[in-house]
Design a protein around this ligand. Structure first.
Ligand SMILES: [Zn+2]
Length: 303
Protein backbone atom coordinates (compact mmCIF):
# COMPACT_ATOMS: atom_id res chain seq x y z
CA UNK A 1 0.00 0.00 0.00
CA UNK A 2 1.45 3.33 -1.07
CA UNK A 3 -1.08 5.71 0.39
CA UNK A 4 -0.58 8.29 3.10
CA UNK A 5 -2.63 7.18 6.08
CA UNK A 6 -4.33 9.27 8.74
CA UNK A 7 -6.23 7.91 11.72
CA UNK A 8 -9.17 9.37 13.63
CA UNK A 9 -10.90 8.58 16.92
CA UNK A 10 -13.69 10.73 18.36
CA UNK A 11 -15.58 12.94 15.89
CA UNK A 12 -18.54 14.58 17.60
CA UNK A 13 -20.23 17.74 18.81
CA UNK A 14 -19.66 19.43 22.13
CA UNK A 15 -21.60 17.73 24.93
CA UNK A 16 -22.00 19.69 28.14
CA UNK A 17 -22.18 16.47 30.19
CA UNK A 18 -18.59 15.80 29.09
CA UNK A 19 -17.12 19.30 29.10
CA UNK A 20 -13.45 18.19 29.01
CA UNK A 21 -13.77 15.41 26.44
CA UNK A 22 -11.05 15.44 23.75
CA UNK A 23 -12.52 15.14 20.29
CA UNK A 24 -12.44 16.47 16.75
CA UNK A 25 -15.53 18.56 16.03
CA UNK A 26 -17.84 17.26 13.29
CA UNK A 27 -17.56 20.60 11.48
CA UNK A 28 -13.80 20.31 11.36
CA UNK A 29 -14.05 16.77 10.04
CA UNK A 30 -16.20 18.13 7.20
CA UNK A 31 -13.60 20.84 6.56
CA UNK A 32 -10.82 18.23 6.40
CA UNK A 33 -12.78 16.21 3.84
CA UNK A 34 -13.54 19.28 1.73
CA UNK A 35 -9.95 20.52 1.79
CA UNK A 36 -8.46 17.10 0.95
CA UNK A 37 -11.18 15.92 -1.42
CA UNK A 38 -8.87 15.62 -4.46
CA UNK A 39 -6.29 13.60 -2.57
CA UNK A 40 -8.59 11.07 -0.93
CA UNK A 41 -9.04 7.81 -2.75
CA UNK A 42 -12.54 6.87 -3.82
CA UNK A 43 -14.73 3.87 -3.10
CA UNK A 44 -13.67 1.18 -5.55
CA UNK A 45 -10.17 2.59 -6.11
CA UNK A 46 -7.29 0.16 -5.74
CA UNK A 47 -5.32 0.82 -2.57
CA UNK A 48 -2.17 -0.87 -3.87
CA UNK A 49 -1.80 1.29 -6.98
CA UNK A 50 1.14 3.67 -6.83
CA UNK A 51 -0.59 6.91 -7.80
CA UNK A 52 1.43 9.62 -9.52
CA UNK A 53 0.32 12.22 -7.01
CA UNK A 54 0.24 11.58 -3.28
CA UNK A 55 -3.07 10.03 -2.25
CA UNK A 56 -4.58 9.72 1.23
CA UNK A 57 -6.78 7.25 3.01
CA UNK A 58 -8.43 7.91 6.38
CA UNK A 59 -9.05 5.26 9.01
CA UNK A 60 -11.21 5.26 12.12
CA UNK A 61 -10.31 3.32 15.25
CA UNK A 62 -12.18 1.66 18.12
CA UNK A 63 -15.62 1.10 16.54
CA UNK A 64 -17.07 4.32 17.93
CA UNK A 65 -20.65 5.40 17.22
CA UNK A 66 -19.13 8.67 15.94
CA UNK A 67 -18.01 6.75 12.88
CA UNK A 68 -21.55 6.43 11.58
CA UNK A 69 -21.42 10.19 11.01
CA UNK A 70 -17.94 9.91 9.46
CA UNK A 71 -18.98 7.07 7.15
CA UNK A 72 -22.06 9.03 6.02
CA UNK A 73 -19.92 12.04 5.08
CA UNK A 74 -17.47 9.79 3.22
CA UNK A 75 -20.25 7.94 1.42
CA UNK A 76 -21.82 11.21 0.26
CA UNK A 77 -18.52 12.17 -1.38
CA UNK A 78 -17.78 8.63 -2.58
CA UNK A 79 -14.59 8.46 -0.47
CA UNK A 80 -13.17 5.21 0.89
CA UNK A 81 -12.50 4.83 4.61
CA UNK A 82 -11.25 2.00 6.83
CA UNK A 83 -12.98 1.26 10.12
CA UNK A 84 -11.06 -0.72 12.74
CA UNK A 85 -13.38 -2.40 15.23
CA UNK A 86 -12.97 -3.96 18.69
CA UNK A 87 -15.44 -6.73 19.45
CA UNK A 88 -15.66 -6.75 23.28
CA UNK A 89 -18.27 -3.95 23.34
CA UNK A 90 -20.48 -5.88 20.91
CA UNK A 91 -20.00 -9.46 22.03
CA UNK A 92 -19.49 -8.99 25.78
CA UNK A 93 -21.35 -5.70 26.16
CA UNK A 94 -18.46 -4.12 28.02
CA UNK A 95 -16.87 -0.68 27.82
CA UNK A 96 -13.16 -0.90 26.95
CA UNK A 97 -10.71 0.21 29.64
CA UNK A 98 -9.12 2.73 27.29
CA UNK A 99 -12.50 4.43 26.91
CA UNK A 100 -13.33 4.30 30.62
CA UNK A 101 -10.43 6.68 31.13
CA UNK A 102 -11.65 9.03 28.40
CA UNK A 103 -15.12 9.07 29.95
CA UNK A 104 -13.82 9.79 33.45
CA UNK A 105 -11.46 12.51 32.24
CA UNK A 106 -14.06 13.95 29.88
CA UNK A 107 -16.62 14.38 32.61
CA UNK A 108 -14.74 15.25 35.79
CA UNK A 109 -12.06 17.68 36.85
CA UNK A 110 -8.64 16.30 37.69
CA UNK A 111 -8.96 17.31 41.34
CA UNK A 112 -12.08 15.17 41.74
CA UNK A 113 -10.31 12.21 40.16
CA UNK A 114 -7.16 12.69 42.23
CA UNK A 115 -9.25 12.91 45.40
CA UNK A 116 -10.88 9.56 44.69
CA UNK A 117 -7.60 8.04 43.55
CA UNK A 118 -5.92 9.09 46.82
CA UNK A 119 -8.54 7.18 48.78
CA UNK A 120 -7.34 4.00 47.02
CA UNK A 121 -3.65 4.68 46.46
CA UNK A 122 -1.27 7.54 47.20
CA UNK A 123 0.36 8.96 44.10
CA UNK A 124 2.48 12.02 43.44
CA UNK A 125 1.71 13.67 40.12
CA UNK A 126 5.03 15.50 40.10
CA UNK A 127 6.88 12.19 39.88
CA UNK A 128 5.15 11.07 36.73
CA UNK A 129 7.36 11.28 33.67
CA UNK A 130 5.65 11.97 30.38
CA UNK A 131 6.97 9.84 27.48
CA UNK A 132 8.03 11.74 24.35
CA UNK A 133 5.10 10.29 22.41
CA UNK A 134 2.73 12.24 24.69
CA UNK A 135 4.66 15.48 24.45
CA UNK A 136 2.35 16.67 21.70
CA UNK A 137 -0.59 16.45 24.11
CA UNK A 138 1.31 18.28 26.80
CA UNK A 139 2.30 21.11 24.47
CA UNK A 140 -1.30 21.50 23.39
CA UNK A 141 -2.78 21.21 26.87
CA UNK A 142 -5.46 23.80 27.49
CA UNK A 143 -4.84 24.41 31.21
CA UNK A 144 -3.47 22.96 34.46
CA UNK A 145 -6.42 20.58 34.72
CA UNK A 146 -5.64 19.21 31.28
CA UNK A 147 -1.94 18.76 32.16
CA UNK A 148 -2.87 16.87 35.34
CA UNK A 149 -5.12 14.59 33.33
CA UNK A 150 -2.37 13.78 30.83
CA UNK A 151 -0.15 12.81 33.77
CA UNK A 152 -2.90 10.79 35.43
CA UNK A 153 -3.55 8.95 32.20
CA UNK A 154 0.13 8.09 31.84
CA UNK A 155 0.14 6.82 35.43
CA UNK A 156 -2.98 4.69 35.06
CA UNK A 157 -1.85 3.25 31.72
CA UNK A 158 1.80 2.71 32.59
CA UNK A 159 0.93 0.54 35.51
CA UNK A 160 -1.63 -1.24 33.38
CA UNK A 161 -3.67 -0.69 36.44
CA UNK A 162 -7.02 -2.09 35.34
CA UNK A 163 -8.01 -2.47 38.96
CA UNK A 164 -7.67 1.27 39.60
CA UNK A 165 -9.33 2.26 36.34
CA UNK A 166 -12.32 0.05 37.06
CA UNK A 167 -12.55 1.20 40.64
CA UNK A 168 -12.60 4.84 39.51
CA UNK A 169 -15.03 4.16 36.70
CA UNK A 170 -17.48 2.36 38.97
CA UNK A 171 -17.21 5.18 41.48
CA UNK A 172 -17.99 7.91 38.94
CA UNK A 173 -20.56 6.07 36.80
CA UNK A 174 -23.49 4.05 38.14
CA UNK A 175 -24.25 0.67 36.57
CA UNK A 176 -27.32 2.15 34.88
CA UNK A 177 -25.29 5.01 33.39
CA UNK A 178 -22.69 2.51 32.19
CA UNK A 179 -25.39 0.56 30.39
CA UNK A 180 -26.67 3.69 28.69
CA UNK A 181 -23.15 4.76 27.70
CA UNK A 182 -22.41 1.36 26.15
CA UNK A 183 -25.36 1.65 23.75
CA UNK A 184 -24.56 5.18 22.62
CA UNK A 185 -20.78 4.89 22.54
CA UNK A 186 -20.09 1.96 20.20
CA UNK A 187 -21.14 0.84 16.74
CA UNK A 188 -23.61 -2.03 16.96
CA UNK A 189 -23.46 -5.18 14.86
CA UNK A 190 -26.01 -3.62 12.47
CA UNK A 191 -24.03 -0.35 12.27
CA UNK A 192 -20.95 -2.29 11.16
CA UNK A 193 -22.96 -4.13 8.50
CA UNK A 194 -24.33 -0.75 7.38
CA UNK A 195 -20.84 0.79 7.07
CA UNK A 196 -19.64 -2.24 5.13
CA UNK A 197 -22.60 -1.91 2.74
CA UNK A 198 -21.69 1.72 2.11
CA UNK A 199 -18.56 0.33 0.45
CA UNK A 200 -16.16 1.06 3.29
CA UNK A 201 -13.47 -1.34 4.53
CA UNK A 202 -14.01 -3.02 7.91
CA UNK A 203 -10.88 -4.16 9.73
CA UNK A 204 -10.02 -5.73 13.08
CA UNK A 205 -8.57 -3.83 16.03
CA UNK A 206 -8.31 -6.82 18.43
CA UNK A 207 -11.04 -8.22 20.64
CA UNK A 208 -10.48 -6.21 23.81
CA UNK A 209 -7.95 -3.45 22.91
CA UNK A 210 -5.18 -4.93 25.05
CA UNK A 211 -1.51 -4.20 24.53
CA UNK A 212 -0.74 -7.14 22.23
CA UNK A 213 2.99 -7.08 22.98
CA UNK A 214 2.23 -7.86 26.63
CA UNK A 215 0.44 -11.10 25.75
CA UNK A 216 1.73 -14.61 24.99
CA UNK A 217 1.59 -15.90 21.42
CA UNK A 218 -1.48 -17.93 22.32
CA UNK A 219 -3.32 -15.00 23.88
CA UNK A 220 -2.45 -12.68 21.00
CA UNK A 221 -3.76 -15.29 18.62
CA UNK A 222 -7.03 -15.36 20.57
CA UNK A 223 -7.30 -11.56 20.66
CA UNK A 224 -6.82 -11.31 16.91
CA UNK A 225 -8.76 -14.37 15.73
CA UNK A 226 -11.81 -13.83 17.93
CA UNK A 227 -11.97 -10.30 16.58
CA UNK A 228 -11.62 -10.93 12.86
CA UNK A 229 -13.66 -14.15 12.94
CA UNK A 230 -16.63 -12.30 14.41
CA UNK A 231 -16.38 -9.48 11.85
CA UNK A 232 -15.98 -11.99 9.06
CA UNK A 233 -19.05 -13.87 10.27
CA UNK A 234 -21.38 -10.88 10.42
CA UNK A 235 -20.15 -9.42 7.10
CA UNK A 236 -19.93 -12.81 5.36
CA UNK A 237 -16.51 -11.94 3.92
CA UNK A 238 -12.84 -12.35 4.73
CA UNK A 239 -11.27 -9.61 6.85
CA UNK A 240 -7.98 -8.45 5.32
CA UNK A 241 -7.23 -5.39 7.45
CA UNK A 242 -6.03 -5.07 11.02
CA UNK A 243 -4.70 -2.22 13.16
CA UNK A 244 -2.88 -2.96 16.41
CA UNK A 245 -4.29 -1.12 19.44
CA UNK A 246 -2.16 2.02 20.01
CA UNK A 247 -0.01 0.86 17.11
CA UNK A 248 3.35 2.26 18.21
CA UNK A 249 6.53 0.18 18.02
CA UNK A 250 6.07 -1.07 21.59
CA UNK A 251 2.44 -2.11 21.15
CA UNK A 252 3.11 -5.19 19.00
CA UNK A 253 5.96 -7.65 18.41
CA UNK A 254 7.20 -10.35 16.04
CA UNK A 255 4.52 -12.76 17.27
CA UNK A 256 1.84 -10.23 16.34
CA UNK A 257 3.24 -9.94 12.83
CA UNK A 258 3.52 -13.72 12.54
CA UNK A 259 -0.15 -14.19 13.45
CA UNK A 260 -1.27 -11.34 11.20
CA UNK A 261 0.63 -12.68 8.18
CA UNK A 262 -1.40 -15.87 8.48
CA UNK A 263 -4.73 -14.10 8.81
CA UNK A 264 -4.83 -10.67 7.10
CA UNK A 265 -3.19 -8.78 4.23
CA UNK A 266 -2.54 -5.42 5.86
CA UNK A 267 -1.39 -4.40 9.32
CA UNK A 268 -1.71 -0.72 10.21
CA UNK A 269 0.40 0.87 12.94
CA UNK A 270 0.98 4.40 14.18
CA UNK A 271 4.64 4.37 13.18
CA UNK A 272 5.64 7.72 11.76
CA UNK A 273 8.08 6.55 9.09
CA UNK A 274 7.39 7.12 5.42
CA UNK A 275 8.37 3.67 4.14
CA UNK A 276 5.27 2.25 2.58
CA UNK A 277 6.42 -1.00 1.01
CA UNK A 278 5.82 -3.32 3.95
CA UNK A 279 2.12 -4.15 4.27
CA UNK A 280 2.59 -5.50 7.79
CA UNK A 281 3.86 -2.26 9.34
CA UNK A 282 1.92 0.41 7.50
CA UNK A 283 2.56 3.82 9.08
CA UNK A 284 -0.30 6.11 10.05
CA UNK A 285 -0.37 9.76 11.05
CA UNK A 286 -2.61 11.24 13.74
CA UNK A 287 -5.39 13.39 12.23
CA UNK A 288 -4.30 16.23 14.53
CA UNK A 289 -1.41 16.79 12.11
CA UNK A 290 -3.92 17.87 9.46
CA UNK A 291 -5.15 21.42 9.06
CA UNK A 292 -8.50 21.52 10.96
CA UNK A 293 -7.49 18.30 12.75
CA UNK A 294 -6.91 19.84 16.18
CA UNK A 295 -8.90 18.63 19.17
CA UNK A 296 -11.85 20.81 20.11
CA UNK A 297 -10.87 23.61 22.47
CA UNK A 298 -13.61 23.95 25.06
CA UNK A 299 -12.05 27.17 26.34
CA UNK A 300 -12.01 29.03 23.04
CA UNK A 301 -14.70 27.58 20.84
CA UNK A 302 -18.38 28.35 20.88
CA UNK A 303 -20.34 25.51 22.27
ZN1 LIG B 1 -7.63 1.91 19.46
Amino acid sequence: MALENYFFHYIRKYNRSYPYFNFLHENNFKKIITSKIDKLIKIGDDIDTKYKKKKYIFSFDDGLKDHLFASNILKKKNILGIFFINTVPIIEKKILNVHKLHLIFGRFKSEEIIKELYSIESINLENIKIPSSKRYQLENALDKDHINKIKLKVFLNQNKNFFLINKLFNFFFSKLTQKKILEKFYLSRDDIIDIDRKGMIIGGHSHSHKLLSSLSFKDQNKEIKKNINYLSKILKKKIDFFASPWGNKKSYNTNTIKILKKNVKYHFTTLQNKVLENNYEIPRINCNKLKYGKIFNYKKNDK
